[in-house]
Design a protein around this ligand. Structure first.
Ligand code: FMN
Length: 228
């Protein structure tokens, strides 16, 4: 079998069969005004599936926390209107023969897209209230903030499965919230979510994963994106 044959052969993961091994990386588009994916968004993803992408990981989409996003044109993954928009996306991609998983996102204290003025005017949250430039700018997340954030990720995953998505991806890279918990410079907590070991600082991600696993069907694919 040539490399091309392998690339174009189906891939199976539990109950999911992907028609080939071409996977589209998540890319923020900022094309969903008010956080609602439009018909144009559905058509954009449908075109990728129609032209041979086996598995699409969507642009990052915000979970149900006020501080999850800093850009009003980035899609939400909660609320009736946004979820109705995502339903159109998943149906269009499936109609074109593709598979699709939303990337679930909380930006933590990272100001994306250089749009600093937006995040500065919004409440935001991170493990120890430390900004990307290293200043203590807000309170550390409380236990109830953390519990509600975990719940928000789990709810989004349950909604994704209900809408017919083929899996979910957690954005655990690039200095955003889940990644900030892994990193000593952002996670200076002295409780079970922090400490001097990676084990303690991994607890938040593990609890998000466990919460998701407890609400989705066994075998529903859950991807955790990591970066160094
Ligand atoms: C415009 C743009 C938006 C991106 N948005 C996201 C995103 O929402 N989530 C994410 O995990 N990565 C995002 N990325 C990173 C890409 O998924 C990918 O890792 C990056 O383009 C490097 O590609 P490579 O690994 O093939 O070199 C984005 C990249 C670009 C160029």
């Amino acid at each position: 079998m040539s490399d091309l044959d392998i690339l174009l052969s189906p891939y199976r993961l539990n109950a999911l069969t992907v028609p080939n091994r071409v996977v589209m990386a998540p890319m923020t588009r900022s094309s969903s005004p008010g956080g609602i994916p439009t018909a144009e968004v559905a058509a954009y993803y449908r075109r990728r599936a129609a032209h041979g992408v086996g598995l699409i990981i969507t642009e990052g989409a915000g979970v149900r926390r006020a501080a999850a996003l800093d850009d009003p044109d980035v899609p939400h993954f909660h609320g009736e209107a946004a979820l109705a928009g995502w339903k159109k996306v998943v149906d269009e991609v499936h109609a074109a023969g593709g598979r699709i998983a939303p990337q679930l996102w909380h930006v933590g204290s990272k100001r994306s897209n250089g749009r600093t003025e937006r995040i500065l005017s919004a409440h935001y949250e991170s493990p120890s209230g430390i900004s990307v430039s290293g200043e203590h700018v807000t309170q550390p997340m409380s236990d109830s903030d953390i519990a509600d954030t975990i719940d928000a990720f789990a709810q989004a995953a349950a909604d994704a499965e209900r809408l017919g998505f083929d899996g979910v991806e957690l954005h655990g890279g690039h200095g955003y919230l889940i990644n900030q918990f892994f990193l000593e410079e952002f996670d200076q907590r002295n409780d079970q979510y922090g400490g001097s070991t990676l084990l303690g600082r991994s607890r938040f991600a593990v609890e998000v994963l466990n919460a998701i696993m407890s609400v989705v069907a066994p075998g529903f694919p859950v991807i955790l994106r990591l970066s160094q």
